[in-house]
Design a protein around this ligand. Structure first.
Ligand code: ATP
Length: 486
């Protein structure tokens, strides 16, 4: 049963019967459609500027001229990203009996990264321009410039052609030292993925949670990669958050589970996150990593210079076979087998991995939501974020700053906040301007308190996407919002 909005000291409210309920629209994003997004080559630039203006994302250390490829989430951005992560946790952990949560440490035993193959293989080929000494990824330059080897490459920074160092392999892991001595025995790495913390805890979780294979372990956490060519706003950064789930299955059932998770994850981006299905695609890998027997990416159409003509990976889905657990067995000397008491057998499980980036999904939500439209001769900028994910759920506006309206609006705002509904009170400026400010911030609803509220206890609710307004009883506000933001 929905809780009622209780505002103490209010006059009894008129029964709000006869007020028609608004239809809850199916939500698949209300930003530009795929064709419009593809046509708008400046979409990412507009988004970067809106993100700063409205407090979604700021450049790190801006007052010092900025730190390249690290970003800070502002008041609205931190809420949006939290909502994305919570939606993932709810779908992957809380709504399932067969997935457990984990929060493993960023720093791990250095042998972990030898076992995982990262010390040896987590590298990109690096070339340096002999003229300006800027460094680039050789493979990226070759594919961007359609060249066969470095001799044909032009430096994107200074324009010099064909003057490069020999390519050398550059490890993407950030290295640091544990304790006071900076010697090689004390090297530790900032983890480049969260997955390894899951593998080394496989038996701890399985036994303590009394799980049976097939089951999964999920975690959200920071990962760090010393990317050579970072950029494109928050798409490729040095520090980012991953939402990873490793699902342990019996060998032989792995292909079927890979398919199931592939379907599930694609559906999550469409249905839970509300990304436009026309801007999502699945791209199987042509070249497989050394540990994988099948792999592919969920890609979103961001536009601009991201990824493959605007299509960029937001999540990877991999069949990692028994590679990881077998390597950790070998390097740790500890058995990492599952004992199936019913079938009286033991085996090293195969692993299906779903690995999404919280920052890239958050960026996809913003890119998916952005649109501009002409309303009464003015440009309306709207972030059509799905109400469940929106940082602020409703604005609360007294129509004028007198006749008891600010007090009544303040009471409604306080009561909504007390019920856990993020609300924003705004009494400054013309009502149209206040609506527009919230449209741009992605707030899906606006409650206005006017003369009629003071007479009969009804308020207007305006929907961001349709701009339609309806009158509902003040006592219906909470139920109205709860139904739409769940
Ligand atoms: P890419 O090919 O774009 O470098 P990847 O294949 O190396 O990505 P994975 O190792 O599969 O990426 O990591 C899983 C997810 O983590 C990616 O789908 C992405 O959402 C996120 N991710 C990876 N690297 C970065 C980064 N440098 N910045 C932000 N997010 C990242």
């Amino acid at each position: 049963m929905a809780l009622r909005l209780c505002v103490s000291g209010l006059p009894p409210l008129a029964p709000a019967a006869n007020i028609p309920a608004l239809k809850i629209p199916d939500f698949h994003g209300t930003g530009l459609d795929a064709a419009q997004a593809m046509a708008d080559t400046e979409l990412m630039d507009k988004l970067v500027s809106l993100a700063k203006r409205r407090g979604y994302v700021f450049q790190s250390s801006e007052i010092y001229g900025g730190a390249a490829s690290v970003w800070d989430y502002g008041p609205l951005g931190v809420e949006l990203k939290r909502n994305v992560k919570e939606a993932w946790w709810k779908s992957m952990v809380h709504e399932r009996d067969d997935v457990e949560g984990l929060d493993a440490a960023i720093l791990m035993h250095p042998r972990v990264w030898e076992a995982s193959g990262h010390v040896e293989n987590f590298t990109d080929p690096l070339v340096e321009c002999l003229n300006c000494h800027r460094r680039f990824r050789e493979d990226t330059l070759l594919s961007e410039q359609g060249a066969g080897d470095v001799a044909g490459l032009q430096c994107p920074s200074c324009g010099t052609r064909g003057k490069w160092t020999e390519p050398r392999q550059f490890n993407l892991m950030f290295k640091t030292f544990k304790g006071p001595a900076e010697d090689s025995a004390e090297i530790v790495y900032l983890r480049p993925e969260t997955a390894q913390g899951i593998y080394v805890n496989f038996l701890n979780v399985q036994q303590s949670a009394r799980q049976k294979v097939p089951f999964g372990i999920a975690q959200i956490g920071k990962a760090f990669r010393n990317e050579i060519t970072p950029g494109n706003f928050t798409f490729r950064t040095l520090e980012f958050e991953q939402m990873e789930m490793q699902f342990f299955v019996k060998p032989g059932s792995d292909e079927e589970w890979f398919e199931r998770w592939r379907e599930k994850r694609l559906a999550w981006h469409r249905e839970v996150i509300g990304l436009d299905p026309a801007r999502i695609r699945y791209a199987p890998h042509e070249k497989l990593a050394h540990y994988a027997s099948a792999a592919g990416d969920v890609e979103f159409f961001f536009g601009g210079s991201i990824g493959d003509e605007g299509w960029g990976e937001i999540e990877g889905i991999h069949n990692r076979t028994d590679y990881d657990l077998k390597r950790h067995q070998e390097y740790s000397g500890k058995r990492l087998e599952y004992i199936d008491p019913a079938a009286n057998e033991r085996y090293v499980p195969y692993i299906i991995e779903t690995s999404a980036g919280a920052d890239r999904v958050t960026l996809a939500v913003l890119a998916n939501a952005y649109r501009e439209e002409e309303v009464e001769g003015e440009t309306r900028v709207v972030l059509g974020i799905k109400p469940t994910l929106a940082p602020i759920k409703t604005g609360v506006f007294p129509l004028v700053k007198k006749d008891g309206m600010p007090e009544r609006a303040g009471q409604i705002h306080e009561a909504l906040r007390a019920r856990g509904i993020p609300s924003f009170y705004d009494e400054s400026g013309a009502i149209g301007r206040r609506y527009r400010r919230q449209d741009e911030a992605g707030t899906p609803f606006g409650i206005t308190i006017d003369g009629e509220t003071m007479e009969n206890g009804t308020v207007t609710v305006r929907e961001r996407d349709t701009m339609t307004q309806a009158r509902i009883g003040q006592d219906q506000v909470e139920a109205y919002l709860q139904e739409r933001i769940r």
